[in-house]
Design a protein around this ligand. Structure first.
Ligand SMILES: O=c1ccn([C@@H]2O[C@H](COP(=O)(O)O)[C@@H](O)[C@H]2O)c(=O)[nH]1
Length: 235
C-alpha cells in the first residue's frame, strides 16, 4: 500500500525497543518513518527490518559525507536493504553525488530515492558565517540544490522556507524533503528555519519530516491524524 501522507515521523530514540514501540502506535497508512544516526548507531540494520515488517516505508537519514567510493558503497548497501529513501551531504561535492547515483543505477529494480542535504534546518546565517560561508541560507541552499540536481540526485533536504524558490527554479518533480516542521504551538527546540505543515505544503514541499512534535506528544497518533486532516490527506 502506498502511503498518501507526506509526513515522515523521525524516530529519534536510543533503543530499538523504544523506536518500535512508537512505530506500533503509528500507522503506515498515515506516515512514513525516519531512522537517524542515534537509532541506527545503536540498533543497526535490524531496526530497518523491524520497521519494514511493520509495513513502513523507511527513510535512512545517515547523511553520508565522505570520499566518493565510500559514500557510493554505503548508498548501495542502504538501497539493498530496501529503504525508501537515503541521503548524502551535497557539500560532499559533485563526484561524491555522481558516484552515489551511479552505484544506485547499478542495482536492478531498486526504488530507493537518493536525496542530498543542503543546509541543515538548525542553521541560520550566523552559523554559516562561522563555517566560512558568506551567503544567506537561501543562496547556499540554491547553490547546493542546483549542484545536487545536476549530479543526479532525486531531490534535496532543505527547510520549507526554501521550497517555493527550489520548486520554481528546479521544477516541481525535484523532491523536496523538509524537516524543521512545527505545527502551530509546538516548541521550536534547536530548529532555526521552520514552517507549519500547511505552509510547507503550500510552498511546494513533497515530504514533511516531523519528530518531537509527534513523538513527544501525549497522544502521537492524535497529532499525526490532526496534521494529516489539516493537510486534506484522505485517511
Ligand atoms: O536539515 C535537517 C536534516 C535532518 N533533520 C532531522 O529531522 C528530524 C527533525 O526532528 P524534530 O524533532 O522535528 O526537530 C531530526 O531527526 C533531524 O536529525 C533536521 O532536523 N534538519
Amino acid at each position: 500500500m502506498t502511503c498518501q501522507s507526506p509526513i515522515v515521523v523521525a524516530l529519534d530514540y536510543p533503543t530499538i525497543d523504544q523506536a518500535t514501540a512508537m512505530a506500533k502506535r503509528l500507522d503506515p497508512s498515515l506516515c512514513r518513518v525516519k531512522v537517524g544516526k542515534e537509532l541506527f548507531t545503536k540498533a543497526g540494520p535490524a531496526v530497518l527490518d523491524e520497521l519494514h515488517a511493520l509495513g513502513f516505508d523507511v527513510f535512512l537519514d545517515l547523511k553520508f559525507h565522505d570520499i566518493p567510493n565510500t559514500v557510493a558503497n554505503a548508498v548501495s548497501v542502504a538501497a539493498k536493504s530496501g529503504v525508501w529513501m537515503v541521503n548524502v551531504h551535497a557539500s560532499g561535492g559533485r563526484r561524491m553525488m555522481e558516484a552515489s547515483a551511479n552505484a544506485l543505477a547499478q542495482i536492478q529494480d531498486h526504488n530507493t530515492l537518493l536525496i542530498a542535504v543542503t543546509v541543515l534546518t538548525s542553521m541560520d546565517q550566523t552559523d554559516l558565517v562561522e563555517v566560512g560561508i558568506d551567503l544567506s541560507p537561501q543562496e547556499h541552499v540554491m547553490r547546493l540544490a542546483k549542484l545536487a540536481k545536476s549530479s543526479g540526485m532525486d531531490g534535496v533536504v532543505c527547510s520549507a522556507q526554501e521550497s517555493s524558490m527550489l520548486s520554481q527554479n528546479l521544477g516541481s518533480d525535484f523532491v523536496l524533503v523538509t524537516p524543521g516542521i512545527r505545527p502551530a504551538g509546538s516548541a521550536q527546540g534547536d530548529q532555526k528555519r521552520i514552517m507549519t505543515p500547511a505552509q510547507a505544503m503550500a510552498a511546494g514541499s513533497h515530504y514533511l519530516v516531523i519528530g518531537r512534535p509527534i513523538t513527544q506528544a501525549e497522544d502521537p497518533i492524535q497529532v499525526l491524524t490532526s496534521v494529516n486532516q489539516d493537510l486534506g490527506v484522505s485517511l
